[in-house]
Design a binder for this molecule. Structure first.
Ligand code: UDP
Length: 450
């Protein structure tokens, strides 16, 4: 812990698990660097402040009704939050800025997906920095949307899904970071807003590291005239479990304790992704038929139109002879670090992707929407630390892919590569490492922002 700097930072996360975790990890990192921390948070999805006794929390009322406060249509939720948060956020930030009993605020750090905070910060004359919780490579693709529109890539045509995007090697058309929505134009406006809001900020903080995304980081430095600070992986400095919005099932760990090293495939699709019942059954049968041990997270809401496991046929779990364990939410970073964990079947949210790389765990990729598609392509084709389920969710394909990764030579080579990346992640956090040095530059930059 460094001496106090007499400066406070106001942090405002997007209230979704994959955004809250890195924002609170960043808060802990900057607190350790001597800054005092104020977290501004919506009432919706609020983390437990008592887990952070050294931070000051302010809650704003975004007034979501019970049926609005759901992640089933994530794009609709995002648009609603953006509209409902503006005024309560402005009032709250204004109060925080004028509170003379606290240290002066050096800057606001808000999520890239909340670009309206730039105008609020400008009007209150406080600098805003951005936290981008996704990777740099996927952000670069989003920054290229206007160009891709000109080149006719949008709207995406089903007949072209397997074609390469020549301007963005090695992406295919199906990897472009979009979401299924009835309002594609509105989605493009949101992406453009995020990119332009980031460009207008006083700098961007990235939960990534140079050795992982050097070409994208260099391209962003070239394209953006603002400073860029890749200081990740955050979770290797501070754990995220205290910001979990779901109850972690500890039986995940006691079950893993009884399994042989590298024998278990961990399966989780994060906090938002959803699948249908047919897909769920293919996943379940693919896992069962692979004859490998598996720890499967079925978050309530993951399988559309179901309560939890009722689509599974009677006797499915009993017939596994103890090879499978199913929970509603797992302590993921602890699972990935466990010696029994041999692979991670993931939706490639950026946190999950990074957490897997940092523990040297090879992946099976099943991206669902937006940046997950780009992350998955980088995992399978650039870093070559995972296999992507390219041909849809079919039990035979799933079984083959699991076996390739867990028991075949291909899997051994992939494991070797991901262990090399893990070493690089560890190196960048050492005192002379790139992330550590970038963090020092970030601290100097924040102190210069008056
Ligand atoms: N996570 C967890 N337990 C689970 C599934 C996910 O703790 O069973 C955590 C995971 O470690 C990660 C976050 O939830 O930090 C999910 O973020 P990610 O960006 O991977 O995906 P999202 O939920 O945003 O789609």
């Amino acid at each position: 812990m460094e001496p106090r700097k007499g400066r406070r930072l106001a942090l405002f996360p997007l209230p979704l698990q994959g955004h809250i975790n890195p924002m609170l990890q960043l808060a802990s990192i900057l607190h350790s660097k001597g800054f005092s921390i104020t977290i501004i948070h919506t009432n919706f999805n609020s983390p437990n402040p008592s887990n952070y006794p050294h931070f000051t929390f302010h809650f704003i009322n975004e007034n979501l009704s019970e049926c609005e406060a759901t992640t089933t249509d994530i794009f609709a939720l995002l648009k609603l939050l953006t509209i409902r948060c503006v005024e309560p956020f402005r009032e709250c930030l204004s109060k925080v800025l004028s509170d003379m009993s606290e240290e002066p605020i050096a800057c606001l750090i808000s999520d890239a997906v909340f670009p309206f905070t730039q105008a609020v910060a400008d009007s209150l004359k406080v600098p805003r920095m951005v936290l981008r919780t996704g990777g740099a490579s996927s952000f670069l693709v989003m920054a290229a949307f206007p160009f891709l529109r000109q080149r006719g890539y949008f709207p995406i045509q089903d007949s072209k899904l397997e074609e390469p995007v020549a301007e963005l090697v090695p992406l295919k058309v199906k990897d472009l970071p979009v979401i299924n929505t009835s309002e594609p134009e509105s989605f493009h406006q949101v992406v453009d807003g995020m990119v332009n809001g980031t460009k207008a900020s006083s700098g961007v903080i990235w939960n990534t590291f140079e050795d992982l995304e050097q070409p994208a980081i260099a391209a962003l430095r070239h394209q953006f005239s603002i400073p860029i600070f890749p200081i990740g992986p955050f979770h290797k400095c501070y754990s995220s479990s205290s910001s979990s919005l779901f109850t972690e099932d500890r039986s995940s760990i006691s079950w893993l304790d009884k399994r042989a090293p590298k024998s278990v495939i961990y399966v989780s699709f994060g906090s938002i992704a959803a699948i249908n019942e047919t897909e769920f059954l293919e996943i379940a049968w693919g896992l069962a038929n692979s004859k490998q041990h598996f720890l499967l997270v079925v978050r309530p809401g993951l399988v559309l139109g179901t309560e939890w496991l009722e689509p599974l046929p009677n006797g499915f779990i009993e017939n596994l002879d103890g090879r499978g364990h199913i929970v509603k939410w797992a302590p993921q970073t602890e699972v990935l670090v466990h010696s029994a964990c041999g692979a991670f079947w993931t939706h490639n949210g950026w946190n999950s992707t990074l957490e897997s790389i940092c523990e040297g765990v090879p992946m099976i990729c099943m991206p669902c929407f937006t940046d997950q598609k780009v992350n998955a392509r980088y995992v399978s084709d650039v870093w070559r630390v995972g296999l992507q389920l390219e041909k849809g969710l079919k039990r035979g394909e799933i079984e083959r892919t699991i076996r390739s990764l867990m028991v075949e030579k291909e899997g051994e080579e992939i494991r070797h590569r991901v262990l090399q990346l893990k070493d690089k992640a560890n190196m960048c956090l050492r005192q002379d490492g790139t992330s550590c040095q970038s963090l020092e530059s970030l601290v100097t930059h924040i102190l210069s922002l008056e």
